[in-house]
Ligand binder design. Structure first.
Ligand SMILES: Nc1nc2c(ncn2[C@@H]2O[C@H](COP(=O)(O)OP(=O)(O)OP(=O)(O)O)[C@@H](O)[C@H]2O)c(=O)[nH]1
Ligand SMILES: [Mg+2]
Ligand SMILES: [Zn+2]
Length: 288
């Protein structure tokens, strides 16, 4: 049998079979490299349980990584929706990191500023996102409470994953867009034996036959240990005109003489805050 992983929680999975039946599944041994959105081959293991035998080839895999391991977020997605909100406050560094992770997998990014109904917080959040809009990233402002439908045209025909810090409103958006989401969440939680409240596992919902939306648990950090310096530099669009123009080929853009990036920074062509975040991601101090 084959199916689609519609929920992943530790090494417990829920696989949707052809026809829509949900089957709790597990993996053999210590294997935990299955992600929500994966297409998998399964075999039966008792009446109401399956074993994931193989993962079918992926078109993409969004993941984080720290020194010890990879943390899978979603597979086979073609859009990453980074959700921030007017409140609570959000980390622009986390936004940059999510953009880099999407870019490295060639997944289209979209930034959503949620809770725009909280008007007094709106100017500050907008100002924090202005740098991303200037760089050409699409930023959509909405309120999951009453304007979630604004997102619908941007979801059509794609598989999108919502990522972001806890409390930004990812699940509220899903519930507003997918009428059967709450029922599906209950069914998945029962299959996984978890409670609800804050999202504890990634889950895939169907908007229509060709449009799918994956909710994911809130992130506090977004490790990018799997990306090397060149990949990271190339994923900062504002760096691209200057790459390869430093005096030293292995320039770390820190204290080296004749650094083209630092010249661009001094000239105002590169945003100072983004430059700081770049250095935090590659792990070198920022020279000034
Ligand atoms: N005012 C306002 N509140 C919102 C809006 N969207 C979500 N909220 C509230 O924000 C809180 C957090 O929403 P969730 O949808 O649980 O946030 P989440 O991003 O899924 O959080 P995690 O699952 O922990 O990652 C809830 O109390 C929501 O009611 C909005 O558009 N406007
Ligand atoms: Mg949630
Ligand atoms: Zn340099």
């Amino acid at each position: 049998m084959e199916g689609c992983v519609v929920a992943a929680h530790g090494r417990h999975y829920v696989v949707e079979l052809a026809g829509g039946r949900l089957l709790p599944c597990f993996t053999r041994g210590k294997r935990s490299d299955v992600a929500c959105g994966d297409r998998v081959d399964i075999s039966a293991s008792g009446a109401d349980q399956g074993v994931i035998e193989a993962i079918q080839p992926r078109t993409s895999l969004l993941y984080r990584s720290d020194a010890t391991r990879q943390k899978l977020i979603a597979a086979n997605v073609d859009q990453v929706i980074i959700v921030v909100a007017t409140e609570p406050g959000f980390s622009d560094e986390l936004v940059t990191r999510a953009l880099l992770a999407a870019e490295s997998e060639e997944i289209a990014p979209l930034i959503v500023l949620n809770k725009c109904d909280l008007g007094d917080r709106l100017p500050a959040a907008r100002a924090q996102l202005a740098v991303f809009a200037r760089l050409g990233y699409r930023v959509v402002e909405l309120s999951a409470r009453d304007h979630a439908d604004d997102l619908r045209p941007l979801l059509a025909g794609r598989t999108s994953v919502l990522v972001g810090q806890s409390g930004m409103g990812k699940s509220t958006l899903v519930n507003a867009l997918v009428p059967q989401a709450q029922a599906a969440t209950r069914e998945i939680s029962a299959a996984l034996d978890t409670g609800k409240h804050t999202t504890t596992h990634a889950a895939l919902y169907h908007l229509d036959a060709g449009s799918h939306l994956i909710d994911s648990p809130g992130l506090q950090e977004f490790g990018l240990r799997h990306l090397d310096r060149q990949e990271i530099e190339a994923s900062f669009p504002e760096f691209r005109p200057w790459l390869g123009q430093c005096r030293f080929r292995d320039c770390r853009h820190d204290r080296e003489p004749d650094c083209a990036l630092r010249a661009a920074l001094a000239a105002g062509a590169i945003d100072a805050r983004r430059f700081v975040v770049y250095h935090r991601i590659v792990g070198t101090p920022r020279g000034d």
